[in-house]
Structure formats: C-alpha cells, structure tokens
Design a protein around this ligand. Structure first.
Ligand SMILES: [Zn+2]
Length: 255
C-alpha cells in the first residue's frame, strides 16, 4: 500500500476523516484516514485486515488557523463560533489536570481559559472548531461550561465505533484509533446528537450505571439511526479506566 499516493489523491485538511475502499483488502469503505493536527492515522476495520499506520505531516498555517476556529463562519449551516481570545494554548496551566486523567494536551488540542481557570476541550468537526467546553479547575461554577451555541457533541478519536459517554474526559480517555468517544453531557440525546451518531456503524452506550432505564431508552431511540447499538454496563465512569469496564468494552467489539 502506498500511503503517499492515497494522500495525493485525497484532500485531508486538519480534523478531516475520510472513509474509502481499503487499498489492501478492497473492503468497501472500511479504510479510514484522519488528519488530527498534522498527525495522519489510517486504519482498516475489516476483520482480518491489519493495515494501519500513522505519520506526521506539516500543518499549513491555514490549517492551524482553522483548528483554532477562526474560519468557522465558512462552515455552512453551523452557528458561527468565535473562540474567545482568553482561550489559549497553555499546556503548563492544564498540566496537573491532564496528568491526573492521563490526557495528552497536544494531541487533544486542549486549551486553557485564562479568565475562568478552566481546561477547555475544543469541539472540532470537519476541521473546524465549532464550539468548546471548559471544565473548571477551581471552585468556579458551573463545573462544565459550553462557550458557544453549537449542539454537536464533543468527540475524540477515529474509527467507526462510537462510544457514547457522559463527559469530555471519558470521551478523551476512550477515544483511540478504534473508538470515537462521544460526550453527550447528560443522559438524553438531542436531534443533533442522533444525526451525528448516524455516521457510525456501531454505537456503544457507556453511561452512568445508575441511569440504566434512561440508557436503555436511549439505546432504543438510537436504533433508528445506527445499525448496531449496544449498552455497556459500567462499574464506573470510563474516565477511571476500570479494568473490568475496558475489558468489557474490548470484548463488545470482538463479538
Ligand atoms: Zn483492509
């Protein structure tokens, strides 16, 4: 497989994920390739096909500007998001929080809210920062703050399997080259959430075990949008990386 040729043939701006036929096994649209801040990652999801890899590419200044949300107004149909100036890159300020939860600030593009002392998770879709969610690092309320008006969920990772979780930290923890962690920030799904989730082949709902009736209702609701919907019975939030939960999650995909 020649990745250079693939990269030449497709346009992959920062934040983009493209799904194409696998050049190795010819699986129909099983090959995904993603550009996350210049980190190109590809993968085939067909059983038995092991093609995967990653490499870094140079980000143009345009890409960087886009990832910081300055050109969101170009995105059709999505409310414009003007990233407040006080959301800055400051890995030092958010380092204690990131190490507490094992988050890679650079990889996740995390920002720091200078004014309110928050760690900020940018909501990026199709290469555009469409919103941001900030977690208070001090006593300031609300604990979680949404900066814009966009209803798209915070998502992290690549792949065709969505793991629906409660908060951004869990989404960032579970997000990988296999899973896209999708934070719905609650136990109900909006129309936008459902439409967003419809792009995945499988959705695994991994929410607070105390909310099981709601979770089952959510699963039922989602079956009209995603062909395979599963419920992961958690012992704890995924952000705590409980071994049992992570093993159960892995087994779920193996089924
Ligand atoms: Zn393949």
């Amino acid at each position: 497989m020649n990745i250079n040729k693939i990269l030449n043939d497709i346009t992959l701006i920062n934040g983009d994920t493209k799904r194409i036929d696998c050049p190795e096994c010819n699986g129909k649209k099983t090959f995904t390739i993603t550009n996350n801040m210049g980190s190109i990652v590809w993968n085939c999801y067909k059983a038995g096909c092991t093609v995967s890899g990653g490499r870094r590419v140079h980000l143009s200044s345009d890409d960087i500007r886009k990832s910081l949300g300055k050109t969101v107004s170009e995105t059709r149909g999505i409310p414009k998001f003007d990233k407040p100036e006080w959301l800055v890159r400051d890995t030092k300020a958010i380092a204690p929080y990131c190490s507490e939860w094992g988050l890679d600030a650079d990889k996740l593009g995390l920002l720091y809210d200078v004014r309110e002392h928050r760690v900020v998770f940018p909501v990026v879709h199709n290469g555009h920062t469409v919103d941001a969610t900030g977690r208070s690092l001090g006593k300031r309320l609300p604990k979680w703050k949404r900066y814009g008006k966009n209803d798209l969920p915070y998502a992290s990772g690549y792949g065709s399997v969505a793991v629906v979780v409660e908060d951004c930290v869990s989404a960032a923890v579970v997000g990988s080259h296999v899973y896209v962690g999708v934070a719905v920030l609650g136990t109900s799904l909006s129309e936008t959430h459902k439409r967003y989730l419809s792009q995945f082949s499988t959705a695994i709902i991994a929410l607070d075990p105390d909310a099981l009736p709601k979770v089952l209702g959510m699963a039922k609701e989602l079956r009209g949008y995603v062909s395979s919907v599963k419920v992961l019975r958690l012992t704890d939030d995924l952000k705590y990386r409980n071994d049992v939960d992570l093993t159960n999650l892995t087994n779920m995909i193996g089924e």
